[in-house]
Design a protein around this ligand. Sequence first.
Ligand code: IPE
Ligand code: IPE
Ligand code: MG
Length: 235
Amino acid sequence: MPDKEVLPLHIAVIMDGNGRWAKKRGLPRVMGHRAGMKAVKEITKSCRDLGIKYLTLYAFSSENWKRPKAEVDALMRFLEEYIDKELRSFIKNGIRLNFIGRMGALPDFVRPKLKKAMEATADCGNMTLNVALNYSGRDEIVDAAKKFASQVKAGKLGADDLDEGSFSGFLYTAGQPDPDLLIRTSGEMRISNFLLWQISYAELYVTPKLWPDFRRGDLIDAINEYRKRERRFGA
Ligand code: IPE
Ligand code: IPE
Ligand code: MG
């Protein structure tokens, strides 16, 4: 198990490859998403046990609405089931749930559950789990700019009050450290509109493993690779 001191404080994951995992087995894509949920549970638990303080999972992007309705509907039902089944374990394990993205566009049957889960885990202190839903990194930056503008309009802030630090405070991840390590499964070498502001100095780790095949041992491999990296931050 990796050394505590050199553990990343914040890990972000682009969980990709559910569809290909299913296709390889001749199964419908939704079965890949179901298998992906198991990986979510295992990786969340592993991060918590390893002492990772922040984990951010890309679960549904703003662009994912372009998929067939049946697939989107299945993903929303899985999300509901995930919260219903896991909430008690989050509380037991001290995991604070935080959903990031434009929640307003999610179906009526999930929104109250998200709110309830965030409230029920608000005091959990072992790890913060951000789940990105209807998330777009560009939308997040636009939303932050709007929040800042409304403060200016209300006379509470002036243009000179804006700097990197204060701008970060308007993002969905306000108050959290930036990800140190960004993992993407399924081999794609792209960011797909994820955490554009926050990953400016994240170490990138791309593995060919498809998300449903990503296990605790793969997470530890990624962390060990991260520990070997020399982070220079331009210096
Ligand atoms: C990632 O797997 C999960 C979501 C985007 C919801 P994909 O569904 O993108 O799987 P591939 O990339 O088609 O294999
Ligand atoms: C990114 O995966 C979004 C999530 C993992 C939720 P996609 O499969 O949607 O990204 P692209 O289409 O390969 O860029
Ligand atoms: Mg994909």
